[in-house]
Write a protein that binds this ligand. Structure first.
Ligand SMILES: [Zn+2]
Ligand SMILES: [Zn+2]
Length: 374
């Protein structure tokens, strides 16, 4: 679909404000929800959070061996990076390709996070991107901070989530043997990977008590890492700036820039979901997930890394940004001319979404130098 930019005089800067349609405006949120509580989930999540507080007390009072704390941090960070770099950027958005060893590695660590199997994680995330801030969004931020953070896991899914979920293409996930295997054996795998294995290591290798191992290396580690991910759905959809698209909910959130392992540039990410960096600026220690993918690209395990061209970013920041973009728009303001773009007519979930416009696809750069032509 063609989205026409308004004609502007060449010298005057008068940013167009209405050209970017509210793509999800047809999916208005309703204030009347039936809160169908899943009490089992409430009990499990409640217990885990209370036990995590006890685990924190064990750490702060010096009752935990340093090795156990280091082990908890190691498992927490590596498994979270398997979510950000694997379930998210690889499987949900197809921002790059990974060979079999890398997919097995990512799936193994991802299984240590108890965040649903890859198939469900990626499918729900595609629905989140396509229908963000509507009832079809699994963690619709318009229902408040608590719901988008954790509440959505305590109630039955809204019927729109299920209905729209069926319309999102997941054929690629169904053909990935690693995804299929993890889904098939998820229950025993996640029980061992998330809860038993991280607890056994400190107990077996450095004689930590089984109770401290459980409360620190398993529960505290799990609760901290999962809350970090949940903040992307809550804080990064409610608080922050919108340099790339002010018409959508996701933001650039300062807190998430520190704790998000590279997932805090959320306004950028929702605007350009095919970009493996999930960010324009800050690709340093703040975006450790990008560093990980770069490393695997160097050794040849990750290929076809997609990025957005600087020109495309500048144009978008000019057209729809809220004015907080870090780059220079002087030239753009001087030379702005009317132009027709074959843009997407709806939100896209990432590379391969059929709703992507041809101009968008044409400008996406792939790491080996190929510019996609169709
Ligand atoms: Zn995403
Ligand atoms: Zn989001």
């Amino acid at each position: 679909m063609f989205v026409t930019l308004r004609s502007q005089p060449k010298t005057a800067y008068n940013p167009p404000t209405t050209i970017h349609l509210q793509k999800n405006q047809n999916h208005e949120s309703s204030n009347k929800y039936s809160w169908d509580i899943v009490w089992f989930n409430v009990f499990v999540l409640g217990y885990l959070h209370l036990a995590a507080v006890y685990g924190l007390v064990l750490v702060l009072t010096g009752n935990t061996k340093i090795s156990t704390i280091c082990w908890g941090l190691f498992v927490g960070i590596t498994s979270s990076m398997a979510v950000t770099g694997g379930a998210h950027r690889l499987w949900a958005h197809k921002t790059y390709k990974a060979n079999l060893p890398l997919r097995i590695l990512l799936a193994t660590f991802m299984t240590m996070t108890f965040q649903n199997h890859i198939y469900e994680w990626a499918r729900d995330h595609r629905v989140h991107h396509k229908y963000a801030e509507t009832d079809a969004d699994p963690h619709n931020a318009k229902r408040g901070f608590f719901f988008s953070h954790v509440g959505w896991l305590m109630v039955k899914k809204h019927k729109d989530v299920i209905e729209k979920g069926k319309t999102v293409d997941v054929s690629d996930l169904e053909q990935d043997s690693v995804v299929v295997f993890q889904r098939k054996y998820y229950a025993p795998l996640v029980l061992f990977g998330t809860f038993i294995f991280p607890m056994l290591v400190p107990w077996y290798f450095w004689n930590e008590s089984i109770s401290i191992s459980w409360h620190v290396a398993t529960v505290l580690r799990y609760v901290m890492s999962v809350n970090m991910v949940w903040c992307t759905n809550s804080a990064a959809h409610l608080y922050g700036t919108k340099p790339y698209d002010k018409n959508i909910g996701p933001t650039q959130n300062q807190m998430m820039l520190i704790i998000g392992l590279g997932e805090g540039f959320h306004n950028y990410h929702h605007t350009f979901p095919w970009d493996y960096k999930a960010a324009e600026f800050g690709n340093d220690i703040r975006n450790i997930t990008t560093s990980m993918i770069d490393f695997f690209a160097k050794i040849g395990w990750a290929t076809e890394l997609k990025t957005t061209s600087p020109e495309m970013i500048r144009r978008r920041a000019f057209r729809t940004g809220d004015g907080t973009w870090d780059g220079d728009l002087t030239e753009m303001k001087r030379n702005f001319v009317e132009k027709k773009l074959d843009d997407s007519k709806e939100e896209v979930w990432g590379w391969g979404d059929k709703a992507m416009g041809r101009d968008e696809m044409r400008e996406i750069q792939i790491s080996n130098g190929i510019i996609c032509s169709e």
